[in-house]
Design a protein around this ligand. Sequence first.
Ligand code: ADP
Ligand code: MG
Length: 250
Amino acid sequence: MIKAVDVHKRFGAHHVLKGISLEVAAGEVLCVIGPSGSGKSTFLRCINQLETIDEGAVWVDDELLGYVERDGKLHQLSDAQIARQRRPIGMVFQRFNLFPHMTALENVVEGPIRVLRESRDTAHARGLELLERVGLQDKGGAYPSTLSGGQQQRVAIARALAMRPRLMLFDEPTSALDPELVGEVLAVMRDLAGSGMTMIVVTHELGFAKEVANQVVFMDDGRVVETGPPDQVLVNPAHERTKTFLSAVL
Ligand code: ADP
Ligand code: MG
């Protein structure tokens, strides 16, 4: 479902992604681990076209991101075409990024009403279903400031799901949470993975990765150092750098 081939990204002279290649099949969960600054967030942002890539290519559902081939040449897509490509990709960030002046339910239904042109009734009914799915059926009327970090992050997941994504990207979704709130967010993500959602999850939660991931990628300094099933990468890593990282995180 996702194929990245030799993706490079530079910020000025700073070469941040140095040839990332990987594939994720439909329904798979890929966990990405690696030290701070290794390019994990940048890679997710490239998949979601929040950044443009300098070399290489990414396909989502067999569609090349950012370009269309015409007359044997690649042409850059328009902003509207890029917006259309981004729509089936949901993203959840470390910081919850909810609209503070809107209730939980309003946060969830905003995109479906404005972007998907769903009727208010349809959007609200689905919004309530989604809040129930993340365990917040009684919080629809609550403002973000009255919710815990874990609850806010679950609203953020419901909001992303409301856009009917085929792919969900998570960028350290539990890193900003108090430890006792991490489990409730991971439980929602585990449930989502169990429902067959294709997911790429950047996380330091190795227990989650071990249990839920089909594939783990260890990134360091803009490169994929090692990739494989969790039992291999997390338990019997082949590379010294992976071993060093794991022993520092555990
Ligand atoms: P990670 O998520 O693995 O911690 P990032 O992808 O956030 O790593 O960052 C990788 C490197 O790219 C870091 O050195 C960071 O400072 C740099 N970087 C990220 N975004 C930008 C940007 N918009 N402009 C310049 N440098 C950036
Ligand atoms: Mg990051």
